[in-house]
Design a protein around this ligand. Structure first.
Ligand code: SF4
Length: 254
């Protein structure tokens, strides 16, 4: 039995798309070495999604054997138990674990179950989430060190997630959290204004990151002028507003 694991606790399994180590390419922890647990399934369908292959459960989880490179994978049958995931983590040296997807909070019970073991081993947990499943967040919040919450715009998802984002930020409470908004050429100022109102009503001191979309399918990068204009507008409501692109993609890393 592993340290931090009590007999009879390891019951749940999760369907994972990938386990791999790379550098974090987005957000406030950009550049840090992390292991990514990419869960399958998502409750949204963003126009710029770069992981649509993981919307449905997969027969195998791909486990990367080389840090940052996608050229040597082992296929592990799904679903994986907590014990199996912990074993895979022993192959990597990162202190940070990124819970990502898909939408990881669809697996909140599993995260809650593995969370105790990960904390006992000294890992720090980053939750990368679309910021809509606030009831599921409540279940695993004690195990999360930092929340990277996407604010989803109507022009990207086709729906208004504002009320759910407000609830999510409220549940997050005092937990370290920053917000990312992916900006493509179609984003309208009025959408950002609405987002700013919702965010600042709950947490006016939050860090906001404007992330220019990496072009994919119909999603086109915004101009530099547009990004700077939106940053200026956001800074009238939030003091810390940063523009950070996906640097792992610029470097050719997974
Ligand atoms: S929330 Fe994330 S995983 Fe889900 S559709 Fe949007 S970009 Fe893809």
């Amino acid at each position: 039995m592993r340290p931090g694991v009590r007999s009879g606790e390891l019951q749940l399994k999760a369907n994972l798309a990938e386990i791999m180590e790379s550098i974090q390419g987005e957000g406030l922890l950009v550049g840090s070495r992390q292991v990514f647990l990419r869960f399958t399934g998502c409750n949204l369908r963003c126009a710029y999604c770069d992981t649509p292959a993981s919307f449905e459960p997969l027969a195998y989880c791909q486990v990367a054997k080389v840090t940052g490179r996608g050229d040597l994978w082992e296929q592990v049958p799904n679903p994986l138990s907590v014990e199996q995931v912990l074993e895979q983590l022993e192959n990597y040296s990162s202190q940070w674990i990124s819970l990502t997807g898909g939408e990881p909070l669809l697996w909140a019970d599993f995260i809650k179950e593995i969370g105790t073991s990960l904390k006992h081993r000294g890992y720090k947990l980053l939750l990368e989430t679309n910021g809509t499943l606030y009831e599921q967040l409540d279940k695993c919040l004690p195990y999360i060190d930092v929340i990277s919450m996407d604010y989803k715009l109507p022009s990207s998802t086709g729906i208004d997630c504002g009320a759910k984002h407000a609830q999510f930020l409220t549940v997050a409470g005092n937990k370290p959290v920053y917000i990312k908004i992916v900006i493509d050429a179609k984003v309208k100022r009025v959408e950002i204004e609405a987002a700013l109102g919702i965010i600042t009503d709950v947490n006016p001191n939050i860090t906001l990151i404007l992330q220019p979309v990496t072009p994919i399918r119909d999603a086109v990068s915004p101009s530099i002028d547009k990004l700077l204009d939106l940053q200026k507008m956001c800074r009238e409501k939030i003091s810390d507003v940063r523009i950070i692109p996906q640097i792992h993609k610029m470097m050719g890393l997974i």
